[in-house]
Design a protein around this ligand. Structure first.
Ligand code: ADP
Ligand code: MG
Length: 460
């Protein structure tokens, strides 16, 4: 078996265990090896390993076998590097899997002329969306669009990092718009699905049907549009669909993980088209927003009849120590519920600390400027005096800039303080270094890799 087998098994498991369990227990697993009939997975903590072993190992094994893997047993090892945040990226299904899935989809082809929206999640409504400073503008704009009326900003472009509520807002708009106008034709889909449908239409020689279907909707929502970057024919088709709808005064809502102008591999005409309407970003959550979301989620669990005893201070602890990604935050809370049902105990701050050790590890450790300097010196094979001294040859200046950048991003030290630590340099030098490295990181894979390695070793 290989990563692909695991990718397709993950898709099967998503259907059988449900979204919540999937995100909490299956997605964090990372396939490591399969030898002599034993498939090994890395898990972020003992707790997750034990839970998955007890509750899901038979399911996983069964699915692996029916996917043709030669497996008799599975084992879980705790990985030092997996935290729930990073495992999310690693657990993205491989591209092959995605394409296979698309082909699968094509075999149960729906008539391309009927409007077939991806199902809307009933939990993702405005009622369930907690508003705080970081998302208030995005929320207000979403509300405005959902109210209907004359199309004032088109498209509404929502952007922000993973797990900050883009998809939630889009679903909420669709629910609200349907409620106000039940006859409204809404179509929500990811940019990935847009591409698959387009590819399918090409293969089935039914691009007319495809065009008609898209051009007959009143409200089109395309999620994660960064996905079509670099995919030229899909971009082209997207552009035409987009223009046709705008010409007809139909509302379009787009999301992406970054601003239109920052999506590499997206044609300039599309970038500028996307910026015509209203562009709003969702900022990383702050403490108050996280706490608000946790309180609301706790209420939901209690309202659903679950009995949990959570000590005072536990939610505050989570809001303080877990990532700004709301999905990760919810995962942490789910895990606590699982823990309390397993241990039959009530949740104290200490219990939370133990059950979530892998999720809080990264933010737990205080990285110092000294450690950063030492790591950089070692990584680039320099002497400490090189880093602190005046020499400006590139082989020294570059690592120095990387070190300053890491000091800025991994510690809470101020720019003047960092400057002082690096041989008494001015804070403007530090600003310049940070900007430089940020720019290089996007263009120079070597620098990007250096940063990843250094960050990992510092946080590990
Ligand atoms: P994105 O699409 O930006 O990656 P999602 O919309 O999928 O993020 O949000 C991730 C999870 O966090 C979802 O379960 C969503 O319901 C929840 N969530 C995000 N922001 C909020 C919020 N402000 N209030 C309540 N739940 C939120
Ligand atoms: Mg999303």
């Amino acid at each position: 078996m290989n990563e692909d087998t695991w990718g397709s098994v993950q898709n099967d498991l998503l259907k059988t265990v449900g979204q919540n369990n999937y995100v909490t227990w299956i997605e964090p697993l990372r396939f490591a090896t399969c030898e002599a009939g034993v498939a090994r997975f890395e898990v972020p903590s003992n707790f997750v390993g034990n839970w998955v072993e007890r509750n899901y190992s038979e399911d996983i094994l069964r699915h692996l076998i029916s996917a043709g893997a030669n497996v008799k047993r599975i084992e879980f090892d705790v990985s030092r590097f997996l935290s729930s945040a990073s495992s999310r990226d690693a657990a993205q299904p491989a591209v092959n899997t995605v394409i296979k899935r698309a082909e699968n989809e094509a075999t149960h082809a729906i008539p391309a002329s009927s409007v077939h929206s991806s199902p809307l999640d009933p939990r993702l409504t405005f009622d369930n969306f907690v508003v705080g400073k970081p998302n208030e503008l995005a929320h207000a704009s979403a509300r405005r669009v959902a109210e209907g009326g004359p199309v004032t900003f088109n498209p509404l472009f929502l952007y922000g990092g993973v797990g900050l509520g883009k998809t939630h807002l889009m679903h909420a708009i669709a629910w609200e718009a349907k409620k106000r106008n039940p006859g409204l034709k809404t179509l929500y889909l990811s940019a990935e699905q847009f591409m698959y449908r387009f590819v399918r239409a090409l293969r089935e020689k039914n691009t007319m049907g495809f065009k008609e279907m898209f051009r007959s909707v009143d409200l089109l929502m395309v999620d994660d549009v960064q996905f079509i970057a670099g995919k030229d024919s899909t971009q082209d088709e997207f552009f035409h669909t987009f223009n046709a709808l705008v010409d007809q005064q139909k509302q379009i809502i787009i999301s992406a993980d970054r601003a239109p102008g920052e999506i590499d591999g997206l044609e300039d005409r599309i970038k500028s088209r996307l910026s015509w309407g209203l562009v709003v970003d969702l900022h990383p959550t702050d403490y108050e927003l996280r706490l608000g979301i946790l309180q609301q989620r706790l209420q939901d669990h209690l309202a659903a009849g679950e009995t949990v005893i959570i000590d005072d201070g536990v939610l505050e602890f989570l809001a303080q120590r877990i990532s700004s990604n709301v999905r990760v935050l919810e995962g942490a809370l789910n895990r606590l519920f699982a823990f309390s049902s397993l241990a039959g105990d009530h949740i104290t701050v200490d219990v939370a600390h133990e059950a979530l050790s892998d999720m809080i590890r990264a933010s737990d450790r205080r990285i110092t400027v000294d450690e950063i300097m030492q790591a950089v010196v070692k990584h680039y094979n320099l002497r400490m005096s090189d880093l602190l001294g005046p020499r400006r040859t590139r082989t020294i200046a570059r690592p120095r800039q990387v070190a300053m950048y890491l000091a800025k991003t991994l510690t809470t030290r101020s720019l003047p303080e960092i400057g002082r630590r690096f041989g008494g340099r001015d804070h403007t030098t530090v600003i310049h270094a940070v900007k430089k490295v940020e720019a290089l990181r996007d263009d120079d894979p070597q620098i990007a890799e250096d940063i990843t390695i250094l960050t990992r070793s510092l946080e590990g």
